[in-house]
Design a protein around this ligand. Structure first.
Ligand SMILES: Cc1cc2cn([C@H]3C[C@H](O)[C@@H](CO)O3)c(=O)nc2[nH]1
Length: 223
């Protein structure tokens, strides 16, 4: 094991709500040379007793700014988390926060332009001053209607009122970023997986990424 670890090979696992990111990350728990950082939803659901996720879904205009501010802090903590393993998988990122969720809240008017400007300034400052970029992005590509059904089955209470239109808008923003590559500041290569597949078939799809991810682990350890 390379003890004086430089920057680990960093992979963002990105995708719409219900696209199977947590399941994908769990698939890699079997390998010891990889650090998995799952989305800190539990922190968003209980900050000193406040369920910011629920508050945001119940009254987006009032709580979106507060929620996205805290999400950004927890994501920055994950980006900055020192790891001893050669590979680090992170569920989502400050980039999906800015390019997908905050972008949608700006376009839909959920965020006041002044609130959006503050979140954008935070993102730009972090991006220019702290090394948070990915070496690879795994994009769990899904069809909005399929993930909308999954969200209803998963029955995370805060999400039950999420309309299909919201999922469709988030899908488009993920596609703009990861397929059409509209954001030049995030140049990492993207590995697209078909995450519409159901659990029984998805493991073969995950194996496609294993090679790209594990090879990096072996390379770094061998060097
Ligand atoms: C980076 C980032 C993740 C993230 C998740 N969410 C919501 C979508 C899901 O309902 C829940 C867990 O991903 O949190 C959000 O509103 N804004 C976010 N920003």
């Amino acid at each position: 094991m390379n003890s004086i670890q430089t920057k680990p090979f960093t992979v963002f696992v990105e995708g719409n709500i219900g696209s199977g990111k947590t399941t994908f990350l769990e698939h890699f728990r079997q390998f010891e040379d990889i650090t998995l950082l799952t989305e800190p939803v539990e922190e968003w659901r209980n900050l000193k007793g406040w369920n910011l996720l629920d508050l945001m879904y119940k009254d987006p205009a009032k709580w979106a700014m507060t929620f996205q501010s805290y999400v950004s802090l927890t994501m920055l903590d994950m980006h900055r988390r020192p790891t001893v393993t050669p590979v680090k998988l992170i569920e989502r990122s400050l980039f999906s926060a800015r390019y997908c969720f905050v972008e949608h809240m700006n376009r839909s008017g959920t965020l006041h332009p002044a609130q959006f400007a503050v979140l954008d300034e935070w993102f730009r400052f972090i991006q220019h001053n702290i090394p948070i970029e990915a070496d690879l992005i795994v994009y769990l590509k899904t069809t909005p209607s399929i993930v909308h059904e999954r969200i209803k089955k998963r029955a995370r209470s805060e999400e039950q009122c999420v309309p299909l239109s919201y999922i469709e808008e988030l899908h488009k923003l993920h596609e703009d970023w990861l397929i059409h590559r509209v954001h030049a500041e995030c140049p990492a290569p993207v590995l697209v997986l078909d995450a519409d597949l159901d659990l029984s078939q998805i493991t073969d799809e995950y194996k496609k990424s294993e090679h790209q991810i594990l090879r990096k682990a072996v390379n770094v350890v061998m060097n």
